[in-house]
Design a protein around this ligand. Structure first.
Ligand SMILES: [Zn+2]
Length: 239
């Protein structure tokens, strides 16, 4: 994290660099906390300088909803269809681990957003690993699929997945971490099929049916679970 000090405020910038990114982008998480997506070769000094020149625009950005706080409000997290109680602790570094059927979240400060950020990183890694393993199985099953596809879990508002065929990249919705693996398998199979057929043509569905014969039932199941999960703001079990 980089700090930008002005005469009356301290801005916190969490910088993420991406190879494909051409422009700098700011997302406001808290009043003075920003996530910065920056081009790969942009230096910290250049980013701070850019922020300093655009302070009025930064202050005008809407504050995005906090990271996934819901698990902490409910005291549990759903990983691949199983419900795990959550335990938080203060420690020297942010860390998440699974032990005795409990998810332990450690953070440097006793702050719900810091815990949530650590848990989100853990979920991203876990989902990325699983999705990558599924992609490898699919490639073996269907050799026409391109090799070395890279999968990235992302927070997404409206879709379960998307892909960039020219770069062999697939993005999967981070929410998939909550549902059984069969849901993730369906989404990875759907996006991998798009690597061969960008549209929803007959050929696309032929490929998808080869990769995942019961894709229609799985899609329906996923939509039902996701609707129930995003609706469940009370303490009832989301699944
Ligand atoms: Zn599609």
């Amino acid at each position: 994290m980089r700090i930008l000090q002005t005469h009356d405020r301290t801005y916190h910038l969490h910088i993420h660099r991406h190879r494909g990114r051409k422009r700098i982008q700011f997302k406001r998480r808290r009043r003075t906390h920003f996530e910065v997506g920056a081009p790969f070769f942009m230096s910290d000094a250049a980013i701070l300088d850019f922020a300093r020149r655009h302070l009025a625009a930064l202050d005008a950005l809407p504050i995005l909803p906090p990271l996934r706080l819901k698990p902490f409000e409910e005291g549990c997290v759903w990983l691949f269809g199983h419900r795990y109680p959550l335990k938080t602790a203060i420690g020297t570094s942010p860390r998440v681990w699974l032990k005795d059927d409990t998810v332990h979240v450690q953070s440097k400060e006793d702050d719900i957003e810091a815990y949530a950020a650590a848990l989100e990183r853990f979920c991203k890694q876990l989902l990325g690993r699983e999705a990558q393993a599924i992609a490898e199985v699919l490639q073996e099953r269907h050799p026409a699929l391109p090799a070395e596809v890279k999968i990235f879990p992302r927070r997404m508002e409206t879709r379960f997945g998307s892909c960039t065929p020219s770069r062999r990249r697939v993005r999967v919705n981070l929410a998939l971490i909550h549902y059984p693996r069969t849901c993730l398998e369906y989404v990875v199979a759907h996006e991998m099929s798009h690597l061969l057929h960008p549209d929803h043509s007959r050929a696309f569905y032929d490929t998808l049916a080869k990769l995942c014969p019961d894709f229609r039932a799985r899609e329906k199941d996923l939509k039902r679970r996701h609707a129930a999960f995003t609706r469940a703001s009370d303490k009832t079990a989301p699944l």
